[in-house]
Design a protein around this ligand. Structure first.
Ligand code: C5P
Length: 395
């Protein structure tokens, strides 16, 4: 899959640079053409000759060194790249690129490339958690740069925490999947909602449901893999957001609605897989409620039906809903497609084996505006995500 692909690897000055050697050797074995650009600091950790020997290509460090062949190197490499990977990426390189600084071969080439750029950060945990770095990462993600998250563990400095560069095999498979994907959603912006919402009773308790967010996260992952810009607006879950999507974490239905509206104009497609709570306590108490009474009633008021409201201002957007029922699945779903002005709805019955909350599979029926019902067999949520996206493309 990587055969004849041009991969430019930027190596910056961190101890994880030694892992970049393994990465080059893996990519070369997969028959990719690898060009390595090192920062001056990186050369303090690894000799350029190592990368040169592994890649069989000249390693570039100095912008102004007389080129061996007559091309403006940072432009030619930038154009040639099918993919740009910076591994390890220090806080410094992330900060520089996020702020448009182009003062060496690596930063100028990144600035000049139109290829996808992927960062594999590696650094001390406190540096990684520093809000300055995090806001630089957010900024780059918003511009479409991708990040392969570091893992937790014992770091070179002796600290325990997050900041270990992803292993070369993880980076290789990430590169593989990026280059392999059909980019049929390139240029599209998708909002995917996922998970439950939480409606606060007081600062300690809430009303919610059993949604785990797996379906929505699978859709976000696939949409992102197929080239879309993805806003994943998620209620509380334990899931990790897929690499490259923009995660917006919310609590209540009203929160969710507000955050959707912030990006609605930009979106071409909205997929509401969140299990939005239909009701919220009329009063959310400021202080923890006392258990003085034998009986307690909580007055609930209806939440906004987000999808219904979006349907009123649909325009040429594609709207997809989900419906989970315990009875009269098809009739209920048919009614919702029309009422909420959707293109189609993905309906499942809670009691069907292999469907429902928390499973890795789903068994659904897809119902369109004309009332056509497509009954799908049991499949993984990831496969279903692709299928939903295929259907959207057909529209
Ligand atoms: O009407 P029902 O709750 O069954 O509809 C489910 C669909 O509507 C889902 O796509 C869900 O995300 C969305 N929904 C919503 N706002 C609500 C309730 C559900 O957007 N308050």
């Amino acid at each position: 899959m990587l055969k004849n692909k041009n991969i430019v690897l930027g190596v910056t000055g961190g101890i994880a640079a030694y892992k970049a050697c393994d990465l080059v050797s893996r990519l070369v074995k997969a028959e990719a053409n690898v060009d390595v650009i090192m920062t001056q600091n990186a050369t303090k950790f690894i000799n350029p000759l190592t990368f040169q020997s592994l890649s069989s290509n000249q390693v570039i460090v100095d912008m102004f060194k007389e080129p061996k062949y007559w091309e403006i190197q940072h432009i030619s490499l930038a154009k040639k790249a099918d993919l740009f990977i910076i591994a390890p990426a220090t806080a410094n390189i992330i900060g520089k690129i996020a702020n448009g600084i182009a003062d060496d071969m690596l930063t100028t080439t990144v600035m000049a490339t139109k290829a996808p750029v992927v960062f594999a950060p590696a650094m001390n945990c406190n540096m990684y958690e520093n809000p300055i770095l995090q806001s630089n990462i957010e900024r780059l993600k918003a511009l479409g740069y991708k990040f392969i998250e570091p893992s937790k563990g014992r770091l070179a400095c002796g600290d325990m925490g997050i900041g270990k560069m992803a292993e070369p095999d993880v980076i290789e498979s990430y590169i593989n999947s990026m280059l392999d994907r059909k980019k049929d959603f390139a240029g599209k912006t998708i909002i995917v909602t996922a998970g439950p919402t939480r409606e606060a009773i007081d600062p300690v308790r809430y009303i919610s449901n059993h949604s785990t967010g797996k379906m929505g996260y699978a859709i976000a992952q696939k949409a992102m893999a197929r080239g879309a810009k993805v806003y994943l607006i998620s209620g509380p879950t334990i899931l990790k957001a897929p690499e490259g999507v923009q995660l917006i974490s919310v609590n209540s239905a009203k929160d969710m609605q507000k955050r959707i509206m912030e990006h609605y104009d930009e979106a071409n497609i909205v997929i509401m897989s969140a299990a939005v709570a239909d009701y919220a306590p009329a009063i959310s108490h400021q202080q923890k409620m006392k258990k003085d009474n034998e009986k307690l009633s909580i007055e609930l008021v209806k939440n906004p039906d987000i999808l219904y409201e979006l349907g009123k201002i649909k325009g040429d957007k594609i709207l997809v809903g989900f419906a989970m029922e315990t009875q009269d699945l098809i009739e209920n779903a048919k009614e919702k497609v029309i009422k909420k002005n959707l293109d189609f709805i993905v309906a499942n019955d809670l009691y069907t084996e292999g469907a429902g909350f928390g499973t890795d599979t789903n068994v659904v029926k897809i119902i369109d505006r004309k009332g056509n019902v497509d009954s799908l067999p049991k499949m993984t949520k990831l496969d279903l995500a692709d299928l939903i996206l295929d259907r959207i493309l057909k529209l």
